[in-house]
Design a protein. Structure first.
Length: 293
């Protein structure tokens, strides 16, 4: 991985030199805009709306249009005069409880790698966050924009999540919020049974991106001139049923599904045990994972 930012975490008089790396990547299938007739790539020109001339990239600046229509043009030198102290610093403002941070604020995730001379204080901060079950609320500037962020311990590394500012969170404005909706106790009880019957541990590796897999297969089929895969027809909806009946049927279906999958797991785990008993390889104990925000 290639670092995209270098600076230091500072809390109290402790300074920890770190590098920032993008922690996630999207695996969407990329498409180009092309001419349907011959497959040629569509290209766009940067044209000025005033003079009509094509503008070179180096001649493009950032502009902010005021309410009266005037355009204020800002150059790179203008941004350097902004009073931002977090260009190369991650300033810890306070340590907060994980449950106090609503995930709606989260934007992007980054890994933090310590400089060679900062490994010990890095491990110290990571360990204390894990032990105290706290998050570090910080400020950082990435790509000329200062943002809130949180630092948390995830296994053996510190992860930084950039956050939205409070005024960037939209207020939900929906009509049903003003209605007095009554939920019956028997419905709550049955819904609780459904949740319990479908409860499980979060194991992300068991889920796959079926849409992207199907999309790639379709592209390969078209490239080879093969027949495109058939789309399964959705089952027709039955009679409209009331909420309570829907809950009862859902609980029954969930219990049947759980019992069948449970028997499958039992048979596979028994086979694993037999295999394991023959093995003399020593297993490394799993590391204690930290709480997530």
């Amino acid at each position: 991985m290639r670092s995209m930012w270098r600076g230091a975490i500072s809390f109290g008089l402790v300074t920890i030199g770190v590098r920032l790396y993008t922690a996630t990547e999207e695996h969407d299938v990329a498409f180009h805009q092309v001419h349907r007739e011959d497959g040629g790539r569509i290209k766009y020109k940067r044209v000025c709306s005033v003079c009509g001339e094509e503008v070179a990239y180096q001649d493009i600046a950032k502009g902010r249009e005021l309410e009266d229509g005037r355009m204020v043009i800002l150059d790179k030198e203008d941004f350097e005069h902004l009073p931002v102290k977090t260009d190369h610093a991650i300033e810890v403002m306070e340590f907060v409880a994980a449950e106090d941070v609503d995930p709606i604020f989260f934007q992007k995730s980054y890994y933090l790698e310590p400089d060679k001379s900062a490994v010990r204080p890095y491990v110290l901060l990571r360990t204390v966050l894990e032990n105290e079950e706290r998050l570090a609320l910080v400020k950082i500037t990435i790509r000329q924009r200062e943002t809130l962020a949180i630092l948390r311990a995830r296994e053996d590394i510190l992860v930084l999540h950039t956050m939205m500012w409070p005024d960037e969170i939209r207020k939900p404005d929906f009509g049903f919020l003003d209605e007095d909706v009554e939920v019956r106790q028997q419905e709550l009880k049955m819904a609780g049974s459904l949740v319990e019957s479908m409860a499980g541990d979060f194991e992300p590796d068991q889920y796959t991106d079926d849409y992207t897999v199907a999309l790639e297969k379709m592209v390969e089929a078209k490239a080879e001139g093969a027949e495109l895969p058939e789309v399964e027809e959705e089952a027709e909806e039955g009679d409209v049923i009331d909420l309570m009946t829907a809950l009862e049927r859902s609980v029954e279906a969930a219990k049947k599904g759980r019992s069948s999958s449970g028997s499958t797991k039992k048979s596979s785990s028994s086979g694993t045990k037999k295999t394991a008993s023959k093995s003399t390889t020593r297993k490394t104990p799993a590391k204690k994972s930290s709480k997530t925000a």
